[in-house]
Design a protein around this ligand. Structure first.
Ligand code: AMP
Length: 292
C-alpha cells in the first residue's frame, strides 16, 4: 500500500493508474477506523480496480469549541487495517496544504443541507462539501463510497455532485451496527460505561417508531413520544428526531407512497450521537434507491 501525503505524489500515481485504464474508488474518512469504515473499504475493493482511502480530520467541519482537538486519531492502527484489506493507496493530506492560510472558497449546498444536523452545527455541511470537493478534485475518483450512517451528509454529497457536474458516482453503504444496535462511530469512544449502556436506545427508539409510522399514522405524536422515550432512557437532549422524505429531506407529516427516513441526533452528556432508519412506505411504492 502506498502511503501518500503530498498532492503531487498522489497525482503522479493516480495518473499512471488512469492511463492503465483502472477504475478508481475513493473512501473519504476522518480515521480512527472501525468496522463501519472497513465495510465501506471492503465494498470499494469489490467494485473498483484501484482503491484510495483518505484520512483527514477536517477542521472546516468543526466549530470552535467542538471536538476537533480531542477527535480520536490512530494513524498507525488505521494504516495496518487498510493494508490488511488490500487498499492501494492511503492518502493523508497535510492540513496546511489542504487549507492555505488565505483559503477563501467554500462549497455551500442548500436543499438537503438545511435543517437536521445543520441546526446545531450550521458550519458543518459547508466544511464537509468543501473538503469532499477538494478530495474529488485531487483524487478524481470514478466512484466514492459514503455511509448511510451519515444520511444527510450522503444526500448533501449526492446533490453537490449532481449540481456541480462532478463526474463521480456516489455509492451509499448501509449502516454497520454493534450487536446491540448502536451505529458504529468513532465518537462512541467518548462514551462512559453508563452512557454506552444507554446509547443503543437511540436505535431501538428509531426502530420502534419507524415500525409504528409505517402504517401511515400522523407522525407528530409518534415523534414526540420517541423524543420523550430517549430523555426518559437517559439522553440529556434530543437535537432532532424527525421523519423526512428519503430523497429531498423535506418534512413529512405521515408516511405516504414515497420513501421516508427517520433521522435523529441526541446527546449523552458531552457526546452527540446520530442515527437514521428507512421507514417502510405504504403499499404501492417504488423501492427506496438510497437503501439497499
Ligand atoms: P467519518 O470518519 O466519521 O467521517 O466517516 C467516514 C465515512 O464512513 C462516512 O461516509 C461515514 O458515513 C461512514 N461511516 C461511519 N460510520 C459508519 C457506520 N457505522 N456504518 C456505515 N458507514 C459508516
Amino acid at each position: 500500500m502506498e502511503v501518500v501525503r503530498e498532492t503531487a505524489v498522489l497525482r503522479r500515481i493516480l495518473g499512471g493508474w488512469r492511463r492503465a485504464g483502472a477504475k478508481v474508488a475513493l473512501v473519504p474518512t476522518m480515521g480512527a477506523l472501525h468496522e463501519g469504515h472497513l465495510a465501506l473499504v471492503r465494498h470499494g475493493r469489490e467494485i473498483a480496480g484501484r482503491l484510495v482511502v483518505s484520512i483527514f480530520v477536517n477542521p472546516a467541519q468543526f466549530a470552535p469549541g467542538e471536538d476537533f482537538e480531542r477527535y480520536p486519531r490512530d494513524e498507525a492502527g488505521d494504516l495496518t487495517r487498510l493494508e490488511a484489506l488490500g487498499v492501494d493507496l492511503a492518502y493523508l493530506p497535510d492540513i496546511g496544504a489542504m487549507y492555505a492560510a488565505d483559503h477563501a472558497t467554500w462549497v455551500v449546498v442548500e436543499g438537503p443541507a438545511r435543517g437536521l444536523c445543520a441546526e446545531a452545527r450550521p458550519h458543518f455541511f459547508r466544511g464537509v462539501a468543501t473538503v469532499v470537493a477538494k478530495l474529488f478534485n485531487r483524487v478524481q475518483p470514478d466512484l466514492a463510497i459514503f455511509g448511510e450512517k451519515d444520511y444527510q451528509q450522503l444526500l448533501v454529497v449526492r446533490r453537490m455532485v449532481r449540481d456541480l457536474d462532478m463526474p463521480v458516482e456516489i455509492v451509499g453503504h448501509p449502516t454497520v451496527r454493534e450487536p446491540d444496535g448502536l451505529a458504529m462511530s468513532s465518537r462512541n469512544a467518548y462514551l462512559s460505561p453508563e452512557e454506552r449502556r444507554v446509547a443503543p436506545e437511540l436505535h431501538r427508539v428509531l426502530r420502534d417508531t419507524a415500525e409504528a409510522l409505517a402504517d401511515g399514522r400522523p407522525a407528530a405524536p409518534l415523534l414526540a413520544a420517541a423524543r420523550a422515550r430517549l430523555l426518559a432512557a437517559g439522553f440529556t437532549a434530543v437535537d432532532y428526531l424527525e421523519m423526512r422524505d428519503a430523497e429531498s429531506l423535506e418534512p413529512l407529516e405521515a408516511v405516504g407512497t414515497c420513501p421516508a427516513r427517520l433521522l435523529a441526533a441526541a446527546r449523552l452528556g458531552a457526546t452527540r450521537l446520530i442515527d437514521n432508519l428507512a421507514v417502510a412506505p405504504v403499499a404501492g411504492c417504488e423501492p427506496n434507491p438510497f437503501s439497499r
